[in-house]
Design a protein. Structure first.
Lengths: 330, 337
């Protein structure tokens, strides 16, 4: 294991807890009807977003997916601004125009959650190209699912990044299902990362429940990218704890994943795994972890209050942000 | 005859046609669902349950769950259609057309003409459209004008459960590629629908209301709103003929023109973005062909030219509604008075 500072290890814990608390609160808020539309929760996959983004700074970009809250938080988006956005309020990170599926904050290097499965990888090729051309030293990472891994655009992007030696990382979060469909029935190879040789890049399979393993795999990929050695494909094997989405059809728990599998994977909770490590290695005490947890819960609670009390958008907002130089409406 | 939802009406049409014709297959993401859990099948039936029950009856050979690779499976459906099957492929949200449009407009839509008539492409693409679901910019669009623009594609937009069943059966039996638009907020709408199979021909508009003062042409879900307005205004002595074209390609131009010849006034209601949509198309048709009959300028009721916003307050302002239609009708009736 790489030598990680106590601060970094605690930072990972805090970010993962923030994500989980955020998702749990979104879940309960959604149940009250306070959140419009539909929402995809990231609970269970926190180690991926956090382990990866610990390597990044604001000059680096990520492109996310429909399941984007965790990526946003890990990349440093403001939790209050996110919650407002999910509520569809003025002052949300996208002014209430985007909602859960489109949260973006370019200043933080967050190129947006995405409603189109496989929409992100081409965009990070562009971000990688810009970083190279502008000499920022930045890298660009596309998160995408096992389902997305089959999309033509994803394959085209891996090829493009490879032939252009772009400072890009393809980060497949293989939570083993696309809605109700097991990846074993849709991906022709055993692991998504097995596809890397076809694009002449390293392919790495990582335990996606282990934040430090995700971190370490990304260290090398980021080094390669910054050194101009081209892209890497990383596959984090993980599991989504909740159903595919809130608010869009319903499938009962056991109907496509067995109860045993769900229980088995829930026991591999990335937050518990990391917490046990902190405690067993004497990096933090249980009490210190509990204190972090109390803080993250409070932060999320403040975000909810903030969102609930934020104003609704107004008619004039409908026409805001259409063009760089506004064109009068007919 | 029994009460059926829009969802059930489409499901019944699919099942009846699959029973009748073994070359009919359906495919799409999670069309049955449950792949991966042994012994668990048909968990999902498509994201809104339209294909539920098909897999247990017809088996996985005819009900295919696909990877999330629209370009490949929509293209495969087009190729299978040209070589002997009658595929009904589901493009879950029409917004995803961006991923697979080449297979639709350059391939399927052009086969017959470009190959000098030696290809037949009995393809149906079912797809969900429309705002009102708080689904934001990439899951709420009404992209039928883009498909209508393409020569070689037929575009079907059922406005009720009865229409949905008859038009779906016609779509499956039709020998050309059909894009079948299902409005996502209408799936639970119910009405009396015959149990036996029936077809509704393409290119024959349905006059859902008849009145002498104004012609209101409305598309898809907007037909419901136009009917509401017609019923309300009838009490105020304003007679509206509401025309549901049912298909935007082919378009029943005769019914529209005949009606405008009678009423002299036209309002077109279209949920699609306002530039180059059905409202502009039908307005142009009427200005060119029935100019002499017009007693007032044509009015188009459409959303503004913006993406669909997420916040409910903004989305509600965005979508055309009965109040806006009523105002337009009153405006053309009062014109010059
Ligand atoms: C192009 C496109 N096709 C289909 C969908 C509908 N859809 C949204 S999420 C999803 C499943 C995605 O699975 P995966 O990539 O594994 O991500 P996960 O949901 O497991 O995080 C599907 C089919 C979409 N949004 N975009
Ligand atoms: Mg997945």
């Amino acid at each position: 294991m790489l030598q990680l500072s106590r601060d970094t290890l605690l930072d990972a814990y805090t970010r993962m807890r923030t994500i989980r608390d955020f998702e749990d609160r979104v879940h309960t808020e959604f149940a009250t009807g306070a959140i419009p539309g539909f929402v995809h929760l990231y609970a269970g996959e926190e180690a991926s977003a956090v382990g990866v983004c610990l390597n990044l700074n604001d000059a680096d970009y990520i492109a996310s997916t429909h399941r984007g809250h965790g990526h946003c938080i890990a990349k440093g988006c403001d939790v209050g601004g996110m919650m407002k956005e999910i509520y569809g309020r003025r002052g949300g990170l996208c002014g209430g125009k985007g909602g859960s599926m489109h949260i973006a904050d370019l200043a933080k290097g967050m190129m947006g959650a995405n409603g189109i499965v496989g929409g992100g990888p081409p965009l990070v090729c562009g971000a990688g190209l810009a970083a190279k051309r502008l000499g920022t030293g930045g890298v660009a990472i596309a998160f995408f699912g096992d389902g997305a891994s089959n999309q033509g655009a994803v394959h085209e992007s891996m090829n493009l990044a490879s032939i252009w030696d772009l400072p890009v990382i393809f980060l497949c979060e293989n939570n083993q299902f696309a809605v109700t469909t097991s990846y074993s029935t849709t991906v022709a190879v055993e692991h998504v990362s097995d596809r890397a040789p076809a694009y002449n890049m390293p392919g790495v399979l990582v335990d996606g429940q282990d934040a430090i393993a995700m971190y370490e795999a990304t260290v090398e990929a980021v080094r390669r990218a910054r050194a101009g050695e081209g892209p890497t494909l990383i596959e984090g094997l993980t599991y989504r704890f909740e159903e595919h989405s809130l608010g869009l059809g319903r499938v009962r728990r056991g109907e496509y994943r067995t109860e045993e599998d769900i229980d088995r994977w829930r026991k591999r909770d990335p937050i518990v795994i990391h917490e046990e490590r902190l405690i067993s290695q004497g990096i933090a005490t249980r009490e210190e972890c509990d204190a972090v947890n109390a803080e993250t819960q409070e932060e999320v609670e403040r975000a909810v209050e903030f969102a609930r009390n934020s104003p609704f958008p107004e008619e004039s907002d409908l026409f805001e942000d259409m063009w760089a130089n506004p064109i009068p409406q007919p | 005859m029994s009460k059926k939802s829009y969802r059930q009406a489409i499901n019944e049409a699919l099942a009846q046609e699959m029973r009748r014709d073994p070359t009919v297959i359906v495919m799409g993401e999670d069309n049955s669902g449950g792949m991966g859990a042994p012994g668990e099948d048909d968990a999902w039936g498509g994201v809104l349950g339209v294909t539920k029950g098909l897999m247990p009856e017809f088996g996985r050979e005819r009900v295919l769950d696909t990877p999330i690779t629209e370009s490949a499976f929509i293209g495969a459906a087009a190729g299978a259609a040209a070589t002997g099957l009658r595929p009904v492929a589901e493009l879950m949200f029409v917004d995803f057309m961006g991923v697979c449009f080449d297979q639709i407009y350059n391939q399927a839509g052009k086969f017959r003409y470009m190959f000098g008539g030696n290809a037949v492409t009995p393809l149906v693409i079912r797809t969900m459209y429309g705002a009102g679901f708080r689904a934001a910019s990439q899951h709420s669009q009404c992209l039928y004008p883009i498909f209508t623009h393409v020569p070689g594609l037929k575009v079907v937009i059922p406005s009720s459960p009865y229409e949905a069943k008859g038009l779906m059966i016609q779509s499956i039996r039709d020998d050309d590629p059909v894009i079948f638009f299902e409005h996502k907020v209408m799936y639970d709408d119910e009405e009396e629908v015959p149990d036996e199979p029936y077809t509704i021909p393409f290119g024959e508009a349905n006059l859902t209301r008849e009145g002498g003062d104004v012609t209101v042409v409305a598309i898809g879900r907007m037909v419901q709103f136009a009917n509401q307005v017609a019923d309300k205004l009838e009490k105020d002595g304003i007679g509206c003929t509401v025309i549901d074209p049912r298909t935007t390609s082919p378009l029943d131009t005769d019914s529209i023109l005949e009606s405008v010849e009678e009423t002299g006034r036209l309002v077109v209601v279209d949920e699609a973005s306002p530039r180059c949509n059905m409202a502009t198309d039908i307005s142009a048709l009427v200005s060119q062909e029935a100019f002499g009959a017009l007693k007032a300028p044509i009015r188009m009721v459409t959303p503004p030219h913006t993406p669909v916003p997420f916040a409910p307050e903004l989305e509600d302002l965005y979508i055309p509604n009965p109040d806006k239609i009523e105002a337009a009708v009153r405006e053309v009736v009062g014109y010059g008075a």
